[in-house]
Design a protein around this ligand. Structure first.
Ligand code: 5GP
Length: 141
C-alpha cells in the first residue's frame, strides 16, 4: 500500500483546505474532527507522510504520542470530561477512511454513548467554539 498525497489530511497539512486547528508544532498538528463522535472530538496528525501506524517511522510515533497526551489532558479539562478515548485505525477493514496517520482524541462523559464514526458534519461555528476552548486550555497546561 502506498501513500497518496491527495488525501484530505495531506491537503489540510499543505493549507489547501481549512481546518479548526487547536495545536501545531514542528512535527504535529491537531484539529477538530469535522464529524465529531462527541463534542470536542479531535485528530492529532503527524506532518510526516505515512498511511497509518503500520508504515510510520517509530520516531514519528514517539513525537505524535507526546502530543496525543498533551491534547488528551487538555481535552479532559476543556470539556469537563470524565475520561478520554484514544483510537486509531489501520486500513479500511479496521475502520480507516483517511489514509494519512492520525489519532482520534474524544472527550467522554459518564453514561455517554458515542455517535457514529464518520456520521454527521458539525456546524462550523460549533467546531470553531470548541477549537477556541481547547486553545485557551492548551495555553494554560
Ligand atoms: P478514520 O476513519 O480514517 O480513522 O477517521 C477519519 C476521520 O477524519 C473521521 O473521524 C472523519 O470525521 C474525519 N474527517 C474526514 N474528512 C475530514 C475533513 O475534511 N476535515 C476534518 N477536520 N476531519 C475530517
Amino acid at each position: 500500500m502506498t501513500y497518496d498525497n491527495a488525501n484530505i489530511f495531506a491537503k489540510i497539512l499543505r493549507g489547501e483546505i481549512p481546518c479548526h486547528k487547536v495545536y501545531e508544532d514542528q512535527d504535529t498538528i491537531a484539529f477538530m474532527d469535522i464529524m465529531p463522535q462527541a463534542p470536542g472530538h479531535m485528530l492529532v496528525v503527524p506532518k510526516a507522510a505515512s498511511r497509518n501506524l503500520l508504515d510510520a517511522d517509530p520516531a514519528t510515533l514517539g513525537k505524535l504520542m507526546a502530543v496525543v497526551q498533551k491534547v488528551a489532558v487538555a481535552a479532559k479539562a476543556a470539556f469537563a470530561a470524565d475520561g478520554v478515548r484514544i483510537s486509531q485505525f489501520n486500513e479500511a477493514p479496521a475502520g480507516q477512511t483517511v489514509f494519512h496517520l492520525h489519532v482520534h482524541v474524544i472527550p467522554m462523559h459518564e453514561g455517554q454513548r458515542l455517535g457514529h464514526h464518520g456520521g454527521k458534519q458539525e456546524d462550523g461555528a460549533v467546531l470553531a467554539a470548541n477549537a477556541e476552548k481547547m486553545k485557551a486550555t492548551l495555553a494554560k497546561v
